[in-house]
Design a protein around this ligand. Structure first.
Ligand code: PGA
Length: 252
């Protein structure tokens, strides 16, 4: 059985290497005591090399990557540079990146490059709002199909899908998604994957949830939401709160 998975998306935080080191080492302590949960921290690029190195049960992730492998691309970071630093996971298509121009086509290129480099992509998908006519479902289906365009059947099991409804991001536990709605949405995502790749593959893909996952809601979302884990933003910067989340998920 797949392990549960919690990914800390630090976004553009913290502001100093000292703080990053403190946060990383406390998270590492908690992660080393977990039995059934894999923990990944995705810090800003600039901290990665300072946090890498020691063998630990805490895995390194990145928040972005470029789709070309080398060359004249000012300001970009290649997958092999990340690999060399020990990065094993990369978040792709986060809504905050999509908001500044990352299209489904770009997402699909990044996924292909990561697969070639044997880095696990965490593909973020999610609607900006819900309506009563189910338009958000067709939005989701199109986003998934276009983001995964050209990804072959044999590679799809290595991609993690993070369902992150944009309306639930950066709020509090009470604004996050209701676990039953999450369950329905996860089933819908599997239906879309099944249309693309067949039922067995669709069942095997790991789906996690992101959007105000906090100590107060992760147990319920885990129990009734049908997800394997979480992509945690703001709560991953709070040392105590994040340790609590990890322990709850591990026990769930
Ligand atoms: P949040 O962020 O936990 O602060 O809502 C999640 C994310 O954007 O990945």
């Amino acid at each position: 059985m797949n392990k549960k998975l919690v990914i800390a998306n630090w976004k553009m935080n913290p502001q100093t290497l000292l703080e990053a080191r403190k946060l990383f080492s406390t998270t590492k302590n908690t992660a080393s005591r977990l039995k059934k949960t894999k923990v990944v921290v995705a810090p800003p690029f600039i901290f990665i090399s300072s946090l890498a190195g020691t063998k630990s049960r805490l895995y390194l992730g990145a928040q972005n990557v470029f789709w070309e492998t080398r060359g004249a691309f000012t300001g970009e970071i290649s997958p092999s540079m990340l690999s060399e630093m020990g990065v094993q996971y990369v978040i792709v298509g986060h809504s905050e990146r999509r908001a500044i121009g990352e299209t489904d086509e770009i997402v699909s290129k990044k996924l292909k490059t990561l697969i070639r480099e044997e880095i696990i992509p965490i593909l973020c998908v999610g609607e900006s709002e819900r309506d009563n006519h189910g338009h958000y479902l067709s939005f989701l289906s199109t986003q998934i199909k276009k983001s995964l365009a050209g990804i072959q059947k044999r590679n799809i099991k290595n991609i993690i899908i993070a369902y992150e409804p944009i309306w639930a991001i950066g709020k509090t536990a009470s604004d996050a998604m209701d676990s039953h709605k999450l369950h329905e949405t996860v089933l819908y995502i599997r239906k879309v994957l099944s249309e693309m790749y067949g039922r067995d593959i669709a069942k095997a893909v790991s789906i996690i949830y992101g959007g105000s996952a906090e100590p107060g809601n992760v147990a319920e979302l885990m129990k009734n939401g049908n997800v394997m884990g979480f992509l945690v933003g703001h709560a991953s910067l709070d040392v105590k709160g994040f340790s609590e989340i990890l322990k709850i998920v591990d026990k769930s």
